[in-house]
Design a protein around this ligand. Structure first.
Ligand code: FAD
Length: 487
């Protein structure tokens, strides 16, 4: 191709697959230069963790939506696969781009790639500008009064709330001047979506990846979910949370947009207005995401090393059969199995149930939290480099500001408290649909005749419990005692 004049500006899209509130795209739009837009599928740069299967499915839909939104503005999304340094340099060389702009990523592995790209471009005399877009607060900027990074959530939240309010979201740019003639790899050639077997049918029924889907989720949540969030967010049988997590993960919506919209709800007319407690609680959850990134930025091995070193000596069990039963939702504890089956069917799981299933793996089965983290990484559509390991370590008790290990969820009581009618279990485990609510979370205690009437044969249509709760609890506490002794 002949280089356009003036020299183009290259926007490198990454975990920010949107056109509104996109500072890098906005900078390109106002630069007066022709605009090249690039996405790099990078499974090759050293240190990067390849996306899991569910995330790849999501990415395909998200890239399709982004390409359409960019095409509406007159630019074609260029898709290339390979190590980012090589690909970005190649596209700069092909287009004669004078500048590259991107929104910053905040996990150390991707940040290292970005620094390598910036250095390679600097050697060519090509400028780089980067922007804060995916987090409200740059992890490098948030510090305790003592000048250290935060390791406890509540002071972090206090710090976040004491800062100037997050900036207002930016509008999407209007028409852009594109650069034609650039080779782009067909999305289908990347094999991101499953063919045979097609395990994503349940995903398609539930999700619309892309910016329009994200905005629709936010609007629906503000209309129907935010009021009551503080009291109902723990109920997996209610549609009480936003389900924005995969959209935030892939940057189809920014935390600035979510924060601004939820804050604006304080000014809604009386009657339609969620309570202050609902809004505060929701913003605090968004802040947990910020906190996870803060932890990851300062502890790059968050997904592979226990934050508390004493957990290095924890006597994890090697139990492939137990792990498989957990992964398949065949532990015999309905709330655990419903969660694991929801995950497999939809690529998502309710937060309360994530806590219960994670606790069951780590404490009832004494299986290393890293096994669970890896399974979630592969199966969640919102699998997040910060939220996933930080949350696993939180549940395991090995994390920074973690739930104490000795607090061991009773899966029956958790089910009875948060899914009182068993509606969530019944939705995810049809074999238990006719078990009365009073026994739905403990079918193993039901009289045989009642089970027969409900069409349940334990060990055949639904498993016997893999472990006895009281014995598993005692075993977990014994295991904990061994590392307490090493403190
Ligand atoms: P809402 O309640 O509507 O919250 C709004 C947003 O705030 C979420 O979309 C999310 O971005 C953020 N958020 C909410 N709760 C948390 C939390 N506890 N920690 C951090 N951020 C939060 N979340 C992920 O985004 N990716 C993961 O890979 C992930 N893995 C997890 C693993 C375990 C073992 C546990 C216990 C939790 C995990 N979470 C993860 C956190 C949480 O479960 C999800 O963010 C939440 O369920 C998403 O649903 P929602 O969008 O409806 O949340």
């Amino acid at each position: 191709m002949t280089a356009p004049s003036p020299a183009p500006i290259l926007v490198w899209f990454r975990d920010d697959l949107r056109v509104s509130d996109h500072p890098a795209l906005a900078a390109a739009a106002t630069s007066g230069r022709p605009v090249v837009v690039l996405y790099v599928l990078d499974d090759d740069s050293p240190g990067l963790r390849p996306l899991g299967a569910a995330s790849r499915w999501w990415l395909a839909g998200s890239l399709r939506a982004l390409a359409a939104a960019l095409a509406e503005r007159g630019v074609d999304l260029v898709r290339r696969r390979g190590p980012a340094v090589r690909v970005v340099e190649a596209v700069v060389a092909e287009t004669g781009a004078a500048e590259v702009v991107w929104n910053r990523r905040h996990d150390p592995a991707t940040d290292a790639v970005d620094r390598a790209v910036a250095a390679a471009l600097a050697r060519r005399g090509v400028g780089v500008r980067s922007f804060l877009a995916s987090l409200l607060v740059d992890p490098a900027e948030a510090r305790t009064k003592g000048g250290t990074p935060f390791s406890v959530f509540t002071p972090f939240l206090r710090h976040l709330l004491a800062r100037p309010a997050p900036r207002a979201p930016l509008p999407a740019p209007g028409p852009l001047r594109g650069v034609g003639g650039l080779a782009s790899e067909p999305l289908e050639s990347w094999g991101l979506e499953p063919k045979a077997p097609d395990w994503a049918a349940g995903f398609r029924a539930l999700w619309t990846p892309g910016e329009a889907g994200a905005q629709a989720r936010l609007a629906a949540f503000l209309d129907n979910g935010l009021a009551g969030y503080a009291t109902l967010r723990d109920r997996p049988d209610r549609p009480a949370t936003s389900r924005l997590s995969p959209h935030l993960r892939f940057g189809e919506i920014s935390p600035f947009q979510v924060w601004a919209a939820a804050s604006l709800a304080r000014e809604a007319p009386r009657g339609a207005r969620p309570s202050g407690a609902d809004i505060d609680k929701f913003l605090a959850e968004v802040a947990w995401r910020e906190f996870s990134y803060h932890l990851l930025a300062h502890h790059p091995e968050l997904a592979t090393r226990s934050f508390q070193p004493r957990f290095d000596a924890f006597p994890w069990r090697d139990d492939p059969a137990g792990l498989r039963a957990w992964q398949r939702g065949e532990t015999g504890y309905p709330i655990v199995d419903a969660g694991m089956r929801e995950l497999w069917r939809t690529g998502w799981m309710h937060n309360r149930v994530r806590m219960v299933v994670a606790s069951f793996l780590v404490k009832h089965l004494l299986i290393d939290w890293r096994e669970g983290e890896r399974w979630f990484w592969d199966t969640l559509v919102d699998a997040d480099p910060a939220n996933n390991p930080a949350s696993w370590q939180w549940v395991a008790g090995s994390g920074a500001d973690a739930a104490p290990y000795f607090r061991i969820f009773n899966p029956v009581l958790q089910g009875e408290k948060f899914d009182p009618d068993g509606a969530y279990v019944k939705e995810n485990i049809p074999a238990l649909a006719d078990v009365p609510a009073s026994l739905i979370h403990k079918p193993f205690t039901a009289p045989p005749l009642l089970l027969r009437q409900a069409g349940v044969t334990l060990g055949e249509t639904y498993p016997h419990p893999l472990v006895d709760h009281a014995k598993a609890r005692a075993r977990a506490l014994d295991a904990l005692a061994t590392i307490k002794a090493t403190e």
